[in-house]
Design a protein around this ligand. Sequence first.
Ligand SMILES: [Zn+2]
Ligand SMILES: [Zn+2]
Length: 541
Amino acid sequence: MQDTKIIVTSALPYVHGIPHLGNLVGSVLPADVYFKYLKMANKDAIFICGSDQHGTPIELEAIKQGIEPQEFADSMHKKIKSIFEKYECTFTYYGKTHTEENKETTYEFFDALDKNGYIVEKDDMQAYCEIDKRFLVDRLIEGTCPYCGGKARGDQCDSCGRLLEPTQLIDPHCTICGKNEITFKKVKNLAIALDKLEAPVLEFIEKNSKNWSKNAANKATSFIKTEGLRPRDITRNMKWGFPVMKEGFKNQVFYVWFDAVLGYIGITKEWNKEKWKEYWLGNARLIQFMGKDNIEFHTIMFPAMLIGARKGYTMPAVIKASEYLTSKTLKFSKSNGIGLNLEKAIEIMDADYWRFALMYLYPESSDTAFSIPIMNEIVNSIMNDKIGNLVNRVMVLIKRSGIELNSYGKGKYSSIDSIQEKYIDYFEKINLKAALQQVIAMAELGNQIMSSEEPWKIKDKAKLSEVLSALSKVVYSCAIMLWPFTPNASKNILAYYGINDEPKIEQLKGLPSLAIENGSEIKPIFRKMGEEQIKALRAFE
Ligand SMILES: [Zn+2]
Ligand SMILES: [Zn+2]
C-alpha cells in the first residue's frame, strides 16, 4: 500500500515587516521541525509556505515609500525568504500569494461558491475619517475589543484573536491621523454566507478536532456555539489585490484573507504545475501550523470555503495553533522595525541556537516568556553543558583510548532504546516540545553513565569497550535526534561517524564506528553565550 501523502503548511507570514522570533516559533519553525522529522521517517510529505502579499498595510507602506505595492511586496518576499533560509528552514516551496496560480485558484473558488449560492451581497457600515477624507478599512481603524477589552484593529483583536467588524470597536480612532472624527457610511461588499455553511462546518469541527491543539478545538466550537456564523466580507474598496470580476463590484479587490488561505493551494501549484493535484485533489493528510491569531481563518473560513466549493479539495486533518511567545524585557515588534526581528537575531546567534531555544520554549499550550537570562540558561546549561560537553568528552575519550568498540550491553543500557522510542512516539503525535525533551533525556543519560562508570578510570579493556560503546550510542542517537531541531550540530556530530547525508530514523538502530582521522581535532558542537552576544541582545531591551 502506498503511504498517505502529507501536506504540512505554516501560516503565511504577512510581509509588511520582517517577522520576529514570536512569529518564527508560532508557525514556521514547528512546521519545519515536524517536516524535517517526516523526511527523516521517509514520508511522502511536502512543506508549503509563502508570503501573504495583499492588504492595506502593504498598500500603505508602498505609498509611503513611493513605489508600487507589487514592487514592495515582491522585494519583501525575497528578503523574508532568504531570512528563513538562514534559519535552516527547508520548505518544499516558499511561494507568495500575488501570482497567476493563486489568482486562478481565487477565481475558481469564488465562481464555485457563487454558483453554489454561498456568495451574498452585504451592506456594510464602513468607517470614514473626516480628516483624511478616506475609508478606514481593516487596520486603518483601531479601538478597544468588545470581547476582551484589549487593543483591537478594525478586522481583528490582537489580544484575543476574535475577528471583528469596525462598528464593534469601542472608542475607535483613525490610525493615519490618530483622531476620532469617524463617521460610518454604507458600502456594498460581497460576502461568503458562513451562516449557510454553519452546519457542515460544525460537523467538520466535531469530527476532526480531537486531533487539533486544544486552543483551536475550543475556539472553533465556541465561535459557532456562542453566536453562530455570520456572512463575512470577501471584497474590499481598494486597488491592491486580485480584482473582483462580478458586475457591480469591479472596482473592488478580494479581501486579503480570502486569497491568503487559498495561497496554500496556489503556492503548491506554483511549486509544481502537475504534482500539486496529487496532494490537494488526491488523498492527502493536511497538517496546518499557525499562531492562535489565525485559528478562525483555519478552523472556520478555510474549511467553509473548501466545503462550499464542492470541488473535492483536501480538508485540514490536524490544526496546531500555538500560544504566544512573549517578552516583558525585549522588544519583539514587527511593524515599526525597532524590535528584535529575525534579520537582527540571526546576526547575533546562529540558527541552531535559536531553533533549539525557541522549540524548547515552544508555546504549545500557554503563553511562554522569553528573556535574555532564559536564552542564556538554555544555551549554556542545556546546549553547551549537557549536550555539547558530553559529545566532546565522549569523542575525546574514544579517540584517546584507541579501543575497538563493539557491543554496548543492550540489557544494561535499555533506556537508550526506550528514549528513542518515546522520541518517535512524540513526533508521531506532533508533540514537538516533548520530542526535544527526549533529546535532552538522551544527553542526561550519557552524563549519568559518565559519572557512574568513570570510563577514564577503567583498566579492563572489555569493560571499557562496553562503556564507551554505550556512550557512543548515546552521542550517535543525539546526533540523529537533533536533526529536526539543530541540523548543523547534527551534521557535525554525524561527520565523526563518517555520515554526510541527511539522517534517517531507521539509522537510530545501528551504531557505526567512528571515522575520526588521526590528528583531526574534536571541535565543540555548541558554545556558551558570549558577553558580546548578551550585549547585542540587550540593545533590544
Ligand atoms: Zn479581544
Ligand atoms: Zn484620519
